[in-house]
Design a protein around this ligand. Structure first.
Ligand code: NCD
Length: 334
């Protein structure tokens, strides 16, 4: 499953080249790859969110449209996924397009040793856009280098998950009506969680206070903390969720990423480090939200689901609207 070693590897600074923010908002995304949240600025986020809201009204009124009729999406997943792959698939189908789903690469030629560049160059013969999830950091940038059609990063190892961060930010905006001025806590596995890496980078575009709550061995990587500092934002690191629960507007909870640990005894030691339950929620503000990218494996008790502050299922719904907006944008139909 690795990107073949004998394949010429593009310099990953290529990813940064691709990652310059689109400089015009009335569809600067046409034909572009979506690899990193670094491609976004406040202006083009506003544009994507506006399109996502239009997608919401369209779906609520009509269910589907024919905007992407005749277009084909290849959904290529080298790692497990429920929400990301099915929401991309639903997004494409609700816009009238079709989907080639390769969710189980073990049944594809990847199992015969086909390289990532050859797999994406094959899929673009049949599809107009490729959504890729891969276990290695930088895989989406490599795929984008080889493909002529747009590649959308649906998670590259512990690297980034830009479309999740977009839907997370959109959810904060929709639920609380603003982003500037908020206190946002990220809780759990901040070392391996790609969703919190991307969300932190996006939040650097806003005026927010950040709280990073994790066990010592799962702290936010130093390079991301550096970016937060460079953005001029205040942040606090703690291992005790009680230090933040009374003050935060957004509690973004994550799963401890078992599959990224080399030493499973370390995983066992931290896996149940935080549990959000009604007792903890009793300490939180009346107007705040609890988010989670899911899957949850015990970090939020089911008893919290009926609390109106539990926003994680609404967050999933928003994922489809954001992915509809992104597909329409890269295919030139937004
Ligand atoms: C996340 C992921 O794959 O990074 N899931 C998702 O896309 N909604 C979070 C996780 O796996 O814990």
């Amino acid at each position: 499953m690795s990107v073949h070693s004998e394949i010429p590897q593009p310099d990953l600074s290529y990813a940064m080249e691709k990652a310059r923010p689109a400089d015009y908002t009335e569809n600067g995304f046409y034909g572009r790859d979506i690899i990193s949240v670094r491609q976004f600025n406040r202006e083009n986020l506003k544009y994507i969110f506006r399109v996502a809201e239009e997608m919401r009204s369209m779906v609520e009124r009509f269910g589907s449209a024919d905007l992407l009729q005749g277009k084909v999406l290849a959904n290529l997943f080298y790692e497990p996924s429920t929400r990301t792959s099915s929401s991309f698939s639903a997004a494409m189908q609700r816009l009238g397009g079709r989907v080639i789903a390769i969710n189980e690469v073990v049944y594809s030629s990847v199992a015969k040793g086909e390289s990532l560049p050859d797999t994406v160059r094959t899929l673009e013969c049949y599809a107009d856009v490729i959504v890729l999830r891969h276990p290695e950091v930088g895989a989406a940038a490599i795929a984008a280098h080889y493909a002529r059609k747009p590649v959308i990063n649906a998670g590259d190892g512990v690297g980034e998950h830009p479309t999740q961060a977009l839907l997370d930010l959109f959810t904060i905006q929709e639920e609380l009506g603003q982003i500037d001025g908020l206190k946002v806590a990220m809780v759990g596995d901040l070392k391996y969680g790609r969703t919190v890496h991307s969300l932190t980078r996006l939040l650097c575009l806003y005026d927010v206070d950040l709280y990073f709550v994790s066990p010592d061995i799962l702290r936010m990587p130093a390079e991301i903390l550096e970016e937060v500092k460079e953005a001029g934002l205040d942040y606090t690191e703690t291992s005790d969720i009680h230090d933040v629960i009374r003050d935060v507007d957004v509690l973004y909870v994550t799963r401890v990423q078992k599959e990224r640990f080399t030493d499973l005894s370390q995983y066992e030691a931290v896996k149940d480090c935080y549990i959000v339950d009604p007792e903890l929620m009793a300490l939180a503000k009346e107007k705040m939200i609890v988010m989670h990218p899911f899957p949850r494996v015990g970090e939020i008790s089911y008893a919290v689901d009926d609390d109106p502050r539990a926003a994680y299922f609404r967050q999933m719904v928003n994922g489809m609207y954001i992915r509809m907006a992104l597909l329409a944008a890269v295919l030139g139909k937004a």
